[in-house]
Design a protein around this ligand. Structure first.
Ligand code: UD1
Length: 385
C-alpha cells in the first residue's frame, strides 16, 4: 500500500514527524500491509529557520520530493502546488494522500488528489473558527469536504464534521498528533539552558545586554504572524505601543519574530522603536526545542498561533490568544485550558495580562492527547487499505 504525505509550511513539520515514525514502526513490526511511503515538501516555507532546521531537530527524513513552490500570493502558491503535485501523483499513483493542518499546501494537494481519484486523509480535521477571513479556515473547509478519512484531534471537531453531514464512518477521533512530538521532545527541551537559547537566537547584537535580565518565570514570550494582526496598521501599531509602553515595562518580552511581522514593522516605520527597546528582545524565528524551552520557562505567552495555544494547554502556560476566535476551543479557559481570547482589543489585553501575572501553570491534557495519535492514525490507514 502506497502513501504520499505532504508538508509545506512550518506548522506541518511537527505534525508529520510522528506520522513518519509510526509508519516506520508499523513496517518494522512486519505488520501487513507494508506501507510504502513518500514524503513531499511543497517548499512553501524554504528558509532554513522555517523549514530544514525542523527536519534536522525532529529527525524527519529528507523529503523524497520538493516542489520548490516558495513565496507568492495565495492563488500563486495554491496554483503552482497543484500543477507540480499533479505530476507527482501521475508518476507515483499512491493509494492514499495524507495531508496535515490547514496551510496552502494542505488545500492544494487535497484538491489535486481528489481530481486524480486518489483517496485522501486529513490529520487535524474538523477544526472550525467560522471566520472566513482566515485563509486557514478556507483551507480546512475545502480539505475536510474532500477527505475520505478525517482524523480529528478532539470530540468538538468530530461534532463539527457531523453537523456538516460528514458520514460517521469517515470520522476518527485520533487525538492531537502535535502532542506526540511535544511528549517526545519535552525532556530534551527542558534540559536546554535558557540564556543559551536567547543568545544563540538573538536577532540584534546590540540587545545582548538586555538578555541578562531574563530568568525563568520572569518574562513573557510572544509569537505573532497572522495577517489580521500584522497586515493592518490600525491594529498592529496600537498593539506594539501597548507591548512597548505597558506590558514590557512590567515583564520583559521575548519575541521570535516571523518574517511577515518584521516586514510589516519596517513598512509602518515601527522597526526602529522596536529594535531600540531594552525590554523587548527580538529573536530570529526559533527552532522547535528552543520554542518549547521558551514556552516551558515563560510566565505567560502571547500568540496568534494555533499550535502554541495547544502546547500551552498541555504545558499549562497562561496564554493570551491575540485572536477574536479560535478553531481550537478545547484550549480555552472555559473548556479547562490555559488560553483566553483577547482579539486585538487593548483594553482586554491590559486586563487579562494583569490577571495572568497572578496565576500559575495549570496543565490540562484533553482526551487522546497522549502521545499515541500517530500510531492510531497509521493503524487506521493500514486497516482501510
Ligand atoms: C503560513 C500559513 C499559516 C501558518 C504559518 C506559520 C497559509 C495560508 N498560512 O503563513 O497557517 O501559521 O505559515 O509560519 O499557508 N517567508 C520567508 N521565508 C520562508 C517562508 C516565508 O521569508 O521560509 C516570507 C514570505 O516571503 C512571506 C511571508 O514570509 O512574505 C509569509 O509566508 P507565507 O508562507 O506566505 O505564509 P505565512 O504567513 O508564513
Amino acid at each position: 500500500m502506497k502513501i504520499i504525505s505532504v508538508v509545506g509550511a512550518r506548522p506541518n513539520f511537527m505534525k508529520i514527524a510522528p506520522f513518519v515514525q509510526a509508519i516506520e514502526r508499523h513496517n518494522e513490526n512486519a505488520k501487513k500491509p507494508v506501507l510504502e511511503h513518500l514524503l513531499v515538501h511543497t517548499g512553501q516555507h524554504y528558509d532554513d529557520k522555517m523549514s530544514q532546521g525542523f527536519f534536522d531537530e525532529l529527525c524527519i527524513p529528507q523529503a523524497d520530493l520538493n516542489l520548490g513552490i516558495g513565496s507568492g500570493s495565495h492563488a500563486e502558491q495554491v496554483g503552482r502546488t497543484m500543477i507540480e503535485f499533479e505530476k507527482v501523483l501521475k508518476a507515483h499513483r499512491p493509494d492514499w494522500v495524507v495531508v496535515v493542518g490547514d496551510v496552502n499546501a494542505t488545500c492544494a494537494c487535497s484538491i489535486t488528489a481528489k481530481k486524480e481519484q486518489v483517496k485522501l486523509a486529513h490529520i487535524e480535521a474538523g477544526l472550525r473558527s467560522r471566520d472566513m477571513s482566515m485563509p486557514e479556515e478556507i483551507n480546512r473547509l475545502v480539505t475536510d469536504r474532500l477527505s475520505d478519512l478525517l482524523f480529528t484531534p478532539d470530540p468538538l471537531s468530530s461534532a463539527n464534521l457531523r453537523a456538516e453531514g460528514v458520514p460517521e464512518e469517515k470520522i476518527l477521533f485520533a487525538g492531537n498528533i502535535m502532542i506526540d512530538t511535544l511528549e517526545q521532545q519535552r525532556d530534551r527541551a527542558s534540559q536546554l539552558n535558557l540564556a543559551e537559547v536567547l543568545h544563540r537566537n538573538l536577532l540584534l547584537a546590540d540587545q545582548k545586554q538586555s538578555i541578562s535580565a531574563i530568568t525563568a518565570g520572569h518574562f513573557a514570550a510572544m509569537t505573532l504572524h497572522r495577517p489580521s494582526n500584522v497586515d493592518c496598521r490600525g491594529v498592529f501599531e496600537p498593539l506594539m505601543k501597548f507591548l512597548l509602553d505597558e506590558l514590557s515595562a512590567q515583564l520583559p518580552l521575548v519575541w521570535p519574530i516571523h518574517p511577515r511581522a518584521r516586514k510589516q514593522l519596517e513598512t509602518y516605520g515601527l522597526w526602529d522603536r522596536v529594535r531600540r527597546s531594552p525590554k523587548l528582545i527580538l529573536l530570529e524565528p526559533v527552532g522547535y526545542h528552543d520554542m518549547l524551552k521558551l514556552n516551558l520557562s515563560c510566565r505567560m505567552l502571547l500568540t496568534d498561533s494555533g499550535g502554541l495555544q495547544e502546547e500551552c494547554c498541555v504545558l499549562g502556560t497562561p496564554c493570551l490568544t491575540l485572536r477574536a476566535n479560535t478553531e481550537r476551543p478545547v484550549t480555552l479557559r472555559e473548556h479547562g485550558g490555559a488560553s483566553v481570547l483577547v482579539g486585538n482589543d487593548i483594553g482586554r489585553l491590559r486586563i487579562e495580562s494583569q490577571l495572568m501575572l497572578n496565576i500559575g501553570r495549570h496543565p490540562v491534557r484533553p482526551e487522546n492527547w497522549d502521545g499515541n495519535t500517530a500510531r492510531r492514525i497509521v493503524e487506521a490507514l493500514a486497516q482501510r487499505g
